[in-house]
Design a protein around this ligand. Structure first.
Ligand code: PGA
Length: 231
């Protein structure tokens, strides 16, 4: 795993340059994208130059909240990226958390990703070490599925909408993340320093699912100085 640390004021622009250049090299890539506070400045910086018109986009996860909730990942994705894009994705796929048969919905989503898998998966780092909604306790081979959220994640979702009471969610499986050809983990802000240090130097295992990325052949952590003051 690689680690890049950028000064806070240039983090979004530098990662945006990397992403724009990735998309220029691989316009037809199949990519998975996160939502939340972390990617917001990256999306704002990237959007004017980003051409996703040949790209297939998968949304990483979704909270089990009513449609239209500001904390829903599809709402944030629309607000933070899609509406800013001059050249929107060729195709986009999301986990329909409201489906009556959750297992069938997760299988449907996984089948679209298919054998070819993902070329690039971009992730945020949860305060409890989750990636997607792969919460502590997740094994490395966990499939795409509906999960019960930890109390910390339910609390964290209230940052997006104070009325949100997210107790469950659907997430891309850990095995899909690990199989992705390339993974970028975005980590910003001093509130992520402790979990980033645990992820980088603690044991690799289910207690901190992001730690599995240390064994990935092409994973990069993009941290800002606030998140990584000692690195
Ligand atoms: P955040 O969420 O970017 O809003 O901090 C990260 C995550 O939980 O994946």
């Amino acid at each position: 795993m690689y680690l890049e640390v950028y000064e806070d004021h240039e983090w979004a622009d530098l990662v945006a340059e990397m992403w724009t250049s990735f998309m220029q090299r691989r316009p037809d890539a199949r990519i998975c994208l996160p939502t939340g506070e972390t990617p917001r400045p990256l999306y704002a910086s990237s959007a004017p130059n980003l051409d996703l018109s040949s790209t297939t986009v998968f949304l990483l996860d979704e909270f089990d909240l009513p449609r239209g909730s500001a904390a829903r990942c599809d709402s944030m994705f629309e607000q933070d990226l899609l509406r800013l894009l001059v050249r929107p994705p060729k195709a986009q796929h999301r986990l329909r958390v409201e489906a009556s048969d959750a297992d069938a919905e997760c299988s449907r989503f996984d089948a679209i990703i298919g054998k070819g898998g993902l070329d690039l998966t971009i992730l945020g780092l949860g305060g409890n070490g989750h990636i997607g909604l792969n919460e502590p306790g997740t094994s490395m081979d966990s499939p795409t599925r509906m999960v019960d959220l930890s109390p910390a994640t339910t609390r964290a979702a209230k940052r997006y909408d104070a009325d949100a009471n997210a107790l469950r969610g659907m997430t891309l499986g850990m095995h899909r993340i690990i199989e992705s050809d390339e993974v970028w983990l975005l980590v910003t802000g001093s509130h992520k320093t402790a979990v980033l240090e645990r992820m980088l130097s603690g044991p690799i295992g289910p207690e901190l699912p992001a730690s599995y990325l240390r064994d990935h052949p092409n994973a990069t952590v993009f941290a800002d100085r606030s998140a990584a003051p000692n690195l």
